[in-house]
Write a protein that binds this ligand. Sequence first.
Ligand code: ATP
Ligand code: MN
Length: 269
Amino acid sequence: DRIARKRDREFNEFRERIKDADQFKVEASVFDDATYGAIYKLVQDGHIDAFGGPISTGKEANVYTALAGGSEAWSTSEQAGDDGGEPRDRQVAVKIYRINASDFKDMRGYLDGDPRFEGIGSDKKKVVTAWVRKESSNLKRARRAGVRTPEPIAVERNVLVMEYLGTEEGRAKRLSEVHIENPDTAYEVVTEYLRRLYDAGLVHGDLSEYNIVFHEGQLYIIDLGQAVTVHHPNAEEFLERDCRNVANFFARQGVETTPEELLAYVREY
Ligand code: ATP
Ligand code: MN
């Protein structure tokens, strides 16, 4: 009982502290109490130490950088040279879904036909929670299939902690934001990713130049929350749309390709 009271007090202090943090002031409405609880749990479990700034405020979710738990102990010997051996803090990305986001109704449909999330019902909280677990397991499955995506680190309720793609200067740039030096090579890589995903039974469902980023000289696919298994009633339609977005984008970069050609290649196996 005394321990429970102490925990409550600690939680309240923590909540006030992060509510006061500058980056949250403008958007305090993002977090309901249960979300603070989830963040608190992630801190207690050692996944997060402190929040950095926002990377993105999307329709359903906000993404922040944060200091990974136990970062003080972390340093790299290669970097220790020129800057006097300062240990570099390791960052993670924290994606927080807003339970009350208006677009939530669409989420329900993406869980249909997914054998991993049968019987979820339509309770808002349950749908969003399932969604975040789905995003995490999609990331894992994609990685196992040989597709570069951020590594999922922890999931708590409506919060996903994952590997941060970027540098201390900022998040990794989207394909839409960079000059692509060699579009043919980039297209080959993305094509291979699409095929590997499909082979692993997944369709991204929102693939475009906005959900592919450049990190450490490699292409990474992000935002796999809405990705569906091939069992989904709209899986083929989503695959066609993904292929259309990707092929049309690269065609504009000068690559000789068409959506039909890409689709045929992905389905070929
Ligand atoms: P949108 O609706 O804009 O597509 P979203 O809510 O679906 O956004 P994401 O696409 O997953 O969320 O993330 C939004 C943006 O945050 C990305 O475009 C990317 O720039 C950045 N981002 C997401 N995850 C990471 C990560 N792990 N590391 C670095 N940046 C990230
Ligand atoms: Mn996105």
